[in-house]
Design a protein. Structure first.
Length: 123
């Protein structure tokens, strides 16, 4: 088994090979793993089921301890595959607040940050 990332990998049914592909992918390619589902009205408008999450998009969390919370994406961590949503914070022992990481698959995009190139590419 090859241990470094290779673009010609197509697919594998072996979970460890899939994990290796994701873990060793460079950042310019790992961005393709950051797609989240669109809400029903956006799905009809964009004519696609999912799109890449970007800073400034409005998302709704659909599972986990912050379920049904909605907020704007403040930061996207490409390598870890997580996002930070405004208003979703964890309280530390000393009373301070820190942003809570959310896995991309646990959110639905409800509103896109306005970008004419983005809407043109999707339709």
């Amino acid at each position: 088994m090859v241990t470094s990332w290779n673009r010609v990998w197509k697919s594998s049914s072996r979970p460890r090979v899939q994990r290796l592909f994701h873990a060793t992918a460079p950042k310019h390619f790992a961005g393709r793993f950051l797609n989240a589902h669109l809400s029903k009205d956006l799905r009809e408008k964009m004519k696609t089921r999912s799109i890449r999450v970007r800073k400034g998009d409005t998302v709704k969390i659909v599972s986990g301890s912050f379920e049904k919370k909605e907020g704007v994406v403040e930061r996207v961590d490409v390598k870890k595959g997580i996002i930070f949503v405004g208003g979703v914070e964890r309280v530390k022992k000393n009373g301070g607040k820190i942003p809570y990481p959310i896995i991309i698959s646990k959110v639905v995009i409800t509103n896109l940050k306005s970008d004419p190139r983005r809407s043109a590419n999707a339709s």
